[in-house]
Structures are given as C-alpha cells and as structure tokens.
Write a protein that binds this ligand. Sequence first.
Ligand code: BGC
Length: 756
Amino acid sequence: MKPYLSFLILFIGVVGLSFGQTTSDIPEVQALLDKMTLEEKIGQLNLVTPGGGVATGSVVSSNVEAKIKAGEVGGLFGIAGPEKIRQAQDLAINQTRLKIPLIFGSDVIHGYKTTFPIPLGMSASWDMELIKHSAEIAAMESTADGINWNFSPMVDIARDPRWGRIAEGAGEDPFLGSAIAKAMVEGYQGTDLTQPQTMIATVKHFALYGAAESGRDYNTVDMSRIKMFNQYLPPYKAAIDAGAGSVMSSFNDVDGIPASGNKWLLTDLLRDRWNFKGLVVSDYTSVNEMTAHGLGDLQAVSALALNAGLDMDMVGEGFLTTLQQSLEEGKVTEDGITQAARRVLEAKYKLGLFEDPYRYIDNKRPKTDILTQKSRDFARKLAAHSFVLLKNDQQILPLKKSTRIALVGPLANDKNNMLGTWAPTGDPQLSIPVLEGFKNVAPDAEITYAKGANITNDPAFAEKINVFGMRAEIDSRTPEAMIDEAVANAKGADVVVAVIGEATEMTGEAASRTDISIPEPQLKLLQALVDTGKPVAVVLMSGRPLTIEALNAMPVSILQVWHPGIEAGNAVADVVFGDYNPSGKLTASWPRNVGQVPIYYAQKNTGRPAPDEFAKFKSNYLDAPNSPLFAFGYGLSYTTFEYSDLSISKPKIAMGDSVDVSVKVTNTGDYDGEEVVQLYVHDVVRSITPPLRELKGFKKVMLKKGESKTVTITISPENLKFYNSTLDFIAEPGIFEVFMGGNSNVTEKVEFELSK
Ligand code: BGC
C-alpha cells in the first residue's frame, strides 16, 4: 500500500474514532458542546435530588438551587408538579450561561398517581396490551406533572423470592421478561419522544441485580457468561432494541467490578455489542459505593465509572467534585467527559427540551390528565387480570353477591398496603380497601368485618417495615381477643373471606427475607377460621412468591392478588364475586420452602435426574421434592380448559425457517374465561447443556363457556437460538420438542427436526 494511503486511512480512523466518541450527530447538541467549558460539561453529568421524595441512599443533595445556578446540575429527580419544576427550570434557563434545560426524572414503577398492581403482579396478566397501556397512562400522568425521564422498567430476572425487589420486575423468565420490557418501553416512550405525553424510559438495573447472592439486596453477583447471556441479559437487550433512551447501572458487583464501574458491561457489551446510543445513569450513589466495595477513594471510583462508560452520577457528586482533578492527573480524558456530556444533552434534545424547555410544564395538565376515572377504571381492570387463583378445590369462589360474609384479616380494611412497594408518587389514602370494594360490588351482601390478627406481632419487625409510614400496626388487643372476634363473625356468616399476607414494605428495596412464609399470627387466625367449619376463601397479598405449604394444606380457596394498587378493593371484589374470572398465571415459581431457592422452571437436567420418588445418588433432596409448590405459568380459573389436538405444521424445517404449533383449547367448565396458552421448547441435544424447557411463545385467549378455539403459535428462527460457549447466538440442527398447554408442567408434546 502507498504510504500516503495508509496515512490517510490512519488519519480517518483516528478522526472517526474521536468523532464517534465526542461529537454529536445532532447539530444543536454539537453547537452547544463546542461552547461548553469543562466545568459546564461536568455539571451536566450531575443528577441530584433536593429531597422530599424517598431517599433510598444515605444522602440527599444539598444546595441544589445554588448548584443549578452555577451550572453544576444536569438533571433533578424527586420533585414533581408544574410549579416546582418550572421554578427549577427557570433557574437553569434564566440564570446559567448557556441556558441548558434540566431533565426531570422519577421512579414511576407501576403507575404515577393511578397506581397499578406491583410489576410482578402485572406480569402475571401475561397481557402485553394491558401492560403497555399501563405505561402509557403512567407517562401521561407523570409528564403532566413535569417529569420526562422515568427510572423504569425494572427488568431484572429474579429466581430467588427472598430478594425483596422481585416485586418490581416480571419474574423469572427471559422470554416473558423481554416481551414485558418491550411493552413498557413502548408505552412510556410512544413513537415520538418530543410529544409532551411521552417520556424517556430507563432500563434497569444493568445488570444482573436480581441474582444477588442469598437473595440479600445489593449483594455480590457472580455468574458465568453463558448463564448471563441466555437467562439474565435478554430483557435488558429487548428494552434497548425497543429504543429505551437510557440505562441505569446496578449496585451489584459483576465479575469483581461493580456495574457502575464495569467497562465490559457498560461499553463492550452495552455500546459496542448491543449498539446502545443513549444515556447511562448510575443508581443512587452507586458510584461512591464502589469505595465500600473496595475499589478506592471517591476520585478513583469516579474515574473508574466515567472510563467504564457511565454518563450521569446520581446523587453522589463524585463526578462533580473529582473529575477535573482526575483530568489534570491524566486519569480520565477530556474526550471521556465530553462524550458523557454529549449523551446527556442528546437525551434532552430527544425530549424536545432545546426547542422548548417548558414542553412538559403545563399548569392545566394535572387536572385533566392525572387520576381520571378512566385511568382508575383501567387500574381496576389490570389488577383483576393480575390475580392468580392458586387453589379452589371446593369451588368456594366465586361468591354469590347476596350472601353473609365474614370479612377478616389485617389487610381486609386497609389503605396503607394496597399500593405496594415503590409507589412513592401514589397516595395510599386514595386506594380502595377490600371492605369498601365488597360493599361497592355486592351491596346486597351482609358483611361483617374483623381484623382478626396483626400482620406481625413482633414490634421489632414491625418497626422495620413501617419506615415509610404505618404499614403494620400492632393492635392494642391481645391476639386471642382478635381471633375470638373474627371467629364469632365467621360463625354468623355463610362464608369467610380472609385477606392476609405481606405488608407493602415486607418486599421491595432492602426488604429481603430469609423466611418467606405468612407470619404466624395470620396463620393462627386462618386455622381458627377453618376450624369453624365455614368455607374460607383466602385473598393473599404479597410482593413475592411465599412459602405456603401449611396454608395450601387447609381446605380453603386461595386467590393471590399481590399488592393490587389504587383500585385494590374493587378489583378484588370483581374477581371474588365473579364479575371477572381470574386468568393470571404465575411468572415466578413458588417454592415449597426456602431451601429450594433459587428456583425456576427452566432447569437443566443433571447427569443423575431425579425419579418421581427419592432415590439415593440421584439429584434430589431428602426432605422435599424438587418441584415447586406452584410452577411458573400456573394459575386456575373458575372454569376449566381442556387441551387437545396438538399438532405441528412441519416435521422438519431448514435453518432460518419458522414452524407453527397448534392446539385446540376448549372451555369445559361453567364460566366464560380467558386462558394463557403457553409454548415451551426443549432443544434435545446441543453443544451446551439445554434447559429441559424454555418458554418461547404465549397467547391469551377468551373462550366462552363450551367454546373451542385452535391456538397457533409460530416458533421463529430467533426462538431456536441460544448463546453457545463462544457467546455466538446460534441455532444448532437437531430435534426440538415442543410442549403447549396452560402451565410449565404440561406434558403433551410434538417434535420437529431442524436440519442444517
Ligand atoms: C433504586 C433505583 C431507583 C433509585 C432512584 C435506588 O435506590 O435502586 O431503582 O431508581 O434509587 O430513586
């Protein structure tokens, strides 16, 4: 090659590289970057919270006003309402040299003021349209209050119900989790981010946060790349492929380097392999926390984070206070700082804030857009769709509307626990308690109410879950007196409905439990009610799968309702009285006991698979079966569904082809109802050990009583691929088994062969 040619290529390469990193394709952003001082660029990387919201770390930001004026703030979170947001934006627009607008973030995890069920509950609806619409409403309401950047969706796969934040995600499965991640991003962002009803979505917590060792929050994660790529990363990638504008780095250690300083994660994987072009924000003080992890002082960890590809520092101010010095000492580059500032500015540009910094600030909108009856009606519908009927042996449910009901339980007439964890923007006092819902839906029923038991009798435990206000109040009466009252009511009724379970803050952030059973006072109450001989329907609230073997052994019906949100009571009543026939299916396995966790359906075989009964030298336990109490995908209905005529469109397909699998579903019971038809694939032989089955498709269908429908699901070539030992995403030829039915245990199968 001629010397001048290689010089030209080198020149283009170098320019291209630095241009690719520091210059923006957006002329407005580039023009601004050209004018900015180093200090102004660093200021854009600073995300602060003035306090007032829920501070999840040990600090909140100080002197926020002065910092905004000094150009030391890129965005705010934890404030809301057009007035407050306007005041803050005014400071940036009128009092800073370059008038760069602020971006306003918030945690709008399951609805803004119209609180929907907790995300784990929403996922149990398996209904992507409903989930997407919940995100649209959340975006409409929060943007009406001036917020344009959402710290949601949380897509962390969780296979350990001890972890309190399992409540915030979509459960254990990467395929379902990916579909939900996409639906939520599309719901928040719409098709045009400059529209004032849409907001930037943040996929979090990148990455693997749900795999914290021992289910203890913030704990270490140590995972093989194969497991990461196949089981844990797909939902983050799905959110990014759907166009999520930002990513939040997680608190946890990944392979010895916490996510916020992990270059492999934030640059090699996220930007280079997945082609993510948006903004990466840290979690709350997660940059600073790398000091506690053992990676050096604030200056060192801040430089580590910037060099890893992190753009915005949430609350910790390590970027603000140390980057300049690091630059002087050669520990970071100016290009690195410019690049991070560029990404912050580009996010603001995408929202249309340069054109109009007040685009999301409209004093009239809160009144028209927030908490409308239409949105509340939708919340009620979504909640009803999220409930899972775990057991209904005696067909106690649905109840007649004109019956005598003893409504009992610590959660039966409660407003404080209906919204669920991470609903800081919602107002618990606006929620509908179950008692009120019952009266609304069944005005002719004769209803008595008794609390019956405390959520917990342990004051020390109660104190820990009452951090954000009273969630678990300990009654001044003795436990016996409370049970006696409930039993007396039960004796005078035709049926008992017991609303029991976890208080809101028994799950969520920093709310891990080593014992995930129903607290003892509530179980005692249950036993006393069952002993009356009256039929008992249990409405179970929780933010996680619980261990309920003892409850399950009782002759009761169990309706799992999670924490159902603002319309809790109405939605529970809709289902209990049969106005809506439950159709939810579990999205995380319910273990028999904590010793079984981590637990998930997509298990691999061992070399010594367990037979049905215990056998020595097989992969089983001495004291419990391997199977969960309730499997992934499980959930009953008031009606019954029969599956037949499973068939496949072709016995053999070529690489790159799709195949259709069909099954006839018949409603054989006495009620109209919806069923979630699920398709699982087993790649029988491949180069790395395959899970025994993996969800690769689902469809929710409505079937009238007696009706049959043939449901067809297409398996696309993508759905046969996996990440192999070199992390290539490929399909391998061979036999695939396909199972189709109403839960992850279905046994009916067909086969096809994928040829070379
Ligand atoms: C949580 C995040 C949240 C952030 C800001 C953190 O403690 O882990 O999920 O977005 O706080 O509120």
